[in-house]
Write a protein that binds this ligand. Structure first.
Ligand code: RIB
Ligand code: CA
Length: 315
C-alpha cells in the first residue's frame, strides 16, 4: 500500500511537458511532498531550465518551492538541446513574467546528496524528467546515497516506439548516455516511462479545451503550452495531438493503477554512434540479464488526463 505523501525531488529540463509534471506535483500536496526541484541542461541550456522551473512554480502560486541549478552539460559529451520542439525559451507558447523567486545558492547535485543523507533511508523518490546527468553526478560524488534512494521514476527511453531524436534513441537518454548507464546499473528500484507509454497520452483538442475550460490562469497557460508543444509531434507523426511525456512520472506516483508494464532488463548503448543512447529493453525475456526496471508500456489515457486536469484546477 503506497504511503502518502511521497517525498520526491524532481530533476527537470523545462520544457512544456516538464511544466505539466511540476504543476501536477504542486497541485497534489496530499500525495506529493516536493522537497525540491533541480534543473538540468537538456531541452534548453541550464540558464533557461532553472529560470523556467521558477516561472512554473510562480504560475502555480508556490514561490516558496526550492529550485536549484544542477549540471550545465552531460558527463562527457557536448550538450544537445531541443529548441526545435520546445522553442527558444524552452517554454514557448504563452508569454510569462520573469521569475521573482530566488534560485537556491546550493548546487543542485549537492542538494540531492544532502537530502538523501538527511532523510531516513528509502523515503525519498527521485523523479528525473530530463537527461540523467545530475543523478549520475550525485551517485559518482556520493556512492553512499545510492542504497538510500527509495525509487527512481523517470521519463526516458523507448522500445516499440524506438527513437525520437535519432532512429534508435529517446532524447533524455541520448543527451547523456553515460549518465543513463550509471543510473540503470545502480541497482536502485527503477520505474521507466518510455515513449511506448508517453505516445499514448496525446493532447487532443478536447483535452486541451478541458485545460482552457478550467477558467483559471494555470488552465489558460497549460492550453497555450499544449497548443505550441503539440505542433511538432502532430507534423512528425501525423497524430491527433502531442505526447505529454513528463507528467506520466508524477501521475504514476499518485495513481499507479493507471499504468501497466513489465519488470525487465534494460541496458543503455554507450559505444555505437549508430545506436548511441538506445534503451535495449529485453521485453520478450530473450536474455538471462537480470531485470532492473519496471518498463511501462500501457496507460489509461483518459484517466491520466482527468487526473491531470483536475489537479491543475486546484492551483
Ligand atoms: O523525449 C522526451 C523527453 O525529452 C521529455 O522529457 C522532454 O521534456 C525532453 O526532455
Ligand atoms: Ca523533460
Amino acid at each position: 500500500m503506497t504511503q502518502f505523501p511521497r517525498k520526491i525531488i524532481i530533476d527537470t529540463d523545462p520544457g512544456q511537458d516538464d511544466a505539466f509534471a511540476i504543476l501536477l506535483a504542486l497541485g497534489s500536496p496530499a500525495e506529493i511532498d516536493l522537497l525540491g526541484i533541480v534543473a538540468v541542461a537538456g531541452n534548453v541550456p541550464l540558464a533557461l531550465t532553472q529560470k523556467n522551473a521558477r516561472m512554473i512554480c510562480e504560475l502555480a502560486g508556490k514561490p516558496a518551492t526550492k529550485v536549484f541549478a544542477g549540471c550545465d552539460r552531460p558527463l562527457h559529451r557536448k550538450l544537445v538541446t531541443a529548441e526545435h520542439v520546445h522553442g527558444k525559451t524552452g517554454l514557448d507558447g504563452p508569454v510569462l513574467p520573469d521569475p521573482v523567486m530566488p534560485l537556491q545558492e546550493q548546487n543542485g547535485v549537492a542538494f540531492i546528496i544532502e537530502t538523501l543523507r538527511r532523510e531516513p533511508a528509502h523515503t525519498v523518490t527521485l523523479c528525473p524528467l530530463g537527461p540523467l546527468t545530475n543523478i549520475a553526478q550525485a551517485f559518482l560524488q556520493a556512492p553512499d546515497i545510492i542504497g538510500r534512494v527509495q525509487q527512481i521514476v523517470l521519463m526516458g527511453g523507448a522500445y516499440f516506439e524506438v527513437g525520437n531524436i535519432t532512429p534508435a534513441a529517446e532524447f533524455n537518454i541520448y543527451v547523456d548516455p553515460e549518465a543513463a548507464e550509471i543510473v540503470f546499473k545502480s541497482g536502485v528500484p527503477l520505474v521507466v516511462m518510455p515513449l511506448d507509454v508517453t505516445h499514448k497520452v496525446l493532447t487532443t483538442r478536447a483535452r486541451v479545451e478541458a485545460f482552457r475550460g478550467l477558467g483559471c490562469e494555470v488552465g489558460r497557460v497549460a492550453a497555450e503550452w499544449a497548443d505550441f508543444f503539440e505542433r511538432f509531434d502532430m507534423e512528425k507523426y501525423g497524430s491527433e495531438g502531442g505526447p505529454l511525456h513528463d507528467p506520466t512520472v508524477i501521475a504514476y506516483l499518485i495513481r499507479p493503477d493507471l499504468f501497466k508494464g513489465r519488470h525487465i532488463n534494460v541496458e543503455i548503448e554507450t559505444k555505437s554512434e549508430l545506436t548511441l543512447g538506445m534503451t535495449v529493453a529485453d521485453w520478450w525475456g530473450v536474455t538471462d540479464r537480470a531485470p532492473n526496471a519496471l518498463f511501462i508500456g500501457d496507460v489509461d489515457p483518459q484517466g491520466f488526463f482527468d487526473l491531470l486536469t483536475e489537479r491543475l484546477g486546484r492551483l
